[in-house]
Design a protein around this ligand. Structure first.
Ligand code: SF4
Length: 365
């Protein structure tokens, strides 16, 4: 089905955005010129991935105070970066941002969509959003908000992500006509404040042109996504001390834990059959502070923490002993930070299941 002309359909968005836009520390004053600081746009877009504007603003200001340009970020230490990012979540984004800064410090800021896509951590949405806002390129940036707005304006009743290519082709002339930076931000703003999942059509500048509104089907567009299956797991997470150090897993290069230290863990296993064995027989003293539920997008972990001290021994494979005075500076994910905060907390006596988990960890299995 051919889509109605986007430049005409979306024309009311441009003056609406000029009237309602809120000042943000990364927003340029002149929406018709290239942005004076493309690095600031890049930082804001990476921070805004999965995080609300109000949360991002103080982090952005602190970050730009310490790392005002790509060269300073390229030379930043892991500890500084972690300290400034702690609390924003998804720490991988900070490492990607530093990777992008290093590429920029070495080769200059890419000024094409293809060049931006080559930077670490930039997917199609972020690269297009930076290209449009920093360089005024008519590259449509489609995130969840933009897909929702486009799907409703065009009354697309199936998953709009299936039409990503066609929607980009449809939007590009509207960006060229009304200003790539202005229209990109206008669509984002409309999706964030008016065309929200429960839309406020009476306040919408597109209400006269929106096909879903005309048909009265806006509430069912886009269709609800099937719920993702959440895996339930139970783990023992162990802070094990020996002599002056703690036993930890160093950061992996890739994956969810890239750049983050973690405590060793073992899946919850049944306690030994028969009589409980005394921990002291293994040179182990330990306690079990209060546990908690750690929720991730696809996983719910029941965390059973253990704090233990063992007689000195070689670190199991994939782990190392880290001096206690370094512990507070290590970058860690939220779950592991929580145990770090509890290493001095009181706890119940070590259970047979906890002892079993410690032995499993120390045996490297
Ligand atoms: S009229 Fe309603 S459904 Fe259509 S774009 Fe505006 S807020 Fe969204």
């Amino acid at each position: 089905m051919p889509f109605a002309d986007a430049a005409t359909l979306l024309a009311p968005l441009a003056p609406w955005f000029d009237a309602v836009r809120r000042p943000m520390p990364w927003r340029a004053g002149d929406l018709d010129a290239p942005h004076p600081d493309p690095y600031a746009v890049l930082v804001s877009e990476i921070m805004l991935q999965q995080t609300q504007v109000a949360t991002v603003i103080p982090y952005f200001l602190r970050w730009m105070g310490r790392f005002p340009d790509a060269a300073s970020l390229a030379a930043g230490t892991e500890d500084e970066i972690h300290g400034l990012w702690a609390g924003l979540g998804y720490y991988r984004r900070a490492r990607s941002l530093q990777g992008a800064a290093r590429a920029i410090a070495e080769g200059g800021f890419p000024r094409t969509l293809e060049g931006l896509l080559d930077l670490p951590g930039l997917g199609p949405y972020t690269a297009a959003a930076v290209a449009a806002q920093a360089f005024q390129l008519p590259t449509p940036a489609l995130d969840g908000n933009a897909f929702r707005v486009a799907a409703r304006v065009l009354a697309l009743e199936d998953d709009p992500r299936r039409h990503a290519g066609a929607l980009r082709d449809w939007l590009a002339p509207a960006l060229a006509a009304h200003g790539p930076s202005r229209l990109t931000q206008a669509v984002m703003e409309l999706g964030a404040t008016v065309c929200t999942p429960a839309p406020r059509c009476a306040s919408c500048p597109l209400q006269g042109a929106c096909a879903a509104r005309v048909l009265g089907i806006q509430d069912r567009i886009p269709p609800a996504q099937p719920r993702t299956k959440v895996t339930e797991v139970e783990i023992h997470l162990a802070a094990i001390a020996s002599g002056p150090g703690w036993l930890l897993r160093p950061p992996g290069a890739k994956g969810l834990l890239a750049g983050l230290w973690s405590w060793p863990s073992a899946g919850a296993v049944p306690a030994f059959q028969g009589a409980a064995e005394p921990a002291a027989a293994y040179g182990i003293e330990g306690r079990e502070p209060a546990g908690w539920i750690q929720v991730y997008s696809h996983r719910r972990e029941t965390v059973r923490p253990i704090v233990a001290r063992v007689a000195s021994e070689a670190a199991p494979p994939g782990m190392e002993w880290v001096r206690a005075d370094r512990l507070s500076d290590l970058p860690m994910g939220r779950r592991d930070q929580r145990l770090r905060d509890a290493v001095d907390a009181p706890g119940a006596p070590l259970t047979a299941a906890g002892l079993n988990a410690l032995r499993e960890i120390l045996a490297g299995s």
